[in-house]
Design a protein around this ligand. Structure first.
Ligand code: OOG
Ligand code: MG
Length: 252
């Protein structure tokens, strides 16, 4: 018998203490991996954190190729993960953080189950440019699909730019991720499943498969549009997203 609770504890402690652990030796099913994720996030909730939504992972080819994983995955977001837009993060709070450009949806209605893109859009209150800070708890950022699911999909932080109206067309917007003013990654929101709204559709389906729903007020991160970039101290990270705006933070 695999002790899922013990693995959840090890992953939670690794995240809490910013210290890496070895890749899991156990052969997990995907259901067991999601159960570990749930239990490790429950530990955070019992320390007073609040669920604020969901993140989608591997919704673009760029991310699948970079991490050598080819299935869509999802993780749970808590309020403690939200970093101030334009603020500064401390590198010492992370193991080996990376940043990636995303878009984030804010829901005005609950979503769950099989829905059309039109229905998904109808539930959107606002859309914003976002930066996700991912920080795998595994040595060298190396993992299998079940390892990364158990580790809450490397979820660590998010920075949200200004909210825009939900009718803003985000299907194909150019984006630049720069470090200290130097462009590092170029891309388009179309890299996210052809249109990021499809990520919201998938989020509603996957959350329902887990017996949950996305309540009104949830944030849904659509997934990285380009490969992620490793962070170092002294850097200023900025995302410029055509017609949506910017999001930025500094690393100390
Ligand atoms: C896993 C998380 C994937 C995304 O946007 O595709 C993800 C990882 O790359 O460590 O956040
Ligand atoms: Mg991401």
């Amino acid at each position: 018998m695999i002790d899922l609770g013990l693995i959840a504890q090890r992953l939670d402690e690794a995240a809490h203490n910013a210290s890496a652990i070895k890749q899991l030796a156990e052969e997990l099913t995907i259901e067991q991996a999601y159960e570990i994720q749930k239990q490790s996030i429950d530990r955070r909730l019992s320390r007073g954190e609040k669920r604020v939504g969901m993140k989608m992972g591997f919704t673009s080819r760029a991310k699948m190729v970079q991490m050598n994983v080819s299935d869509m995955i999802w993780g749970r977001l808590t309020d403690a993960m939200i970093e101030e837009e334009g603020g500064t993060i401390q590198l010492s709070n992370y193991i080996h953080p990376r940043v990636e450009p995303e878009v984030v949806y804010l829901l005005r209605k609950p979503l769950a189950g099989r829905i059309t893109p039109l229905l998904a859009l109808d539930a959107v209150e606002a859309i914003a440019p976002a930066l996700e800070i991912i920080d795998s708890r595994y040595d060298d950022f190396k993992f299998s699909l079940t390892d990364v699911v158990a580790d809450n999909c490397s979820s660590s932080g998010l920075v949200i730019g200004n909210w825009q109206w939900p009718d803003t067309d985000v299907s194909n917007l150019g984006l630049i991720l720069s470090v200290n003013g130097k462009p590092m990654e170029f891309g388009s929101t179309a890299a996210i499943l052809g249109n990021p709204i499809r990520s919201l559709v998938a989020a509603a389906r996957m959350v329902a498969e887990a017996g949950e729903e996305l309540p009104a007020g949830s944030l849904v991160m659509a997934g990285g549009a380009t490969a992620a970039v490793a962070l170092s101290s002294g850097e200023r990270i900025e995302l410029e997203l055509e017609s949506l705006g910017r999001a930025s933070f500094s690393v100390e």
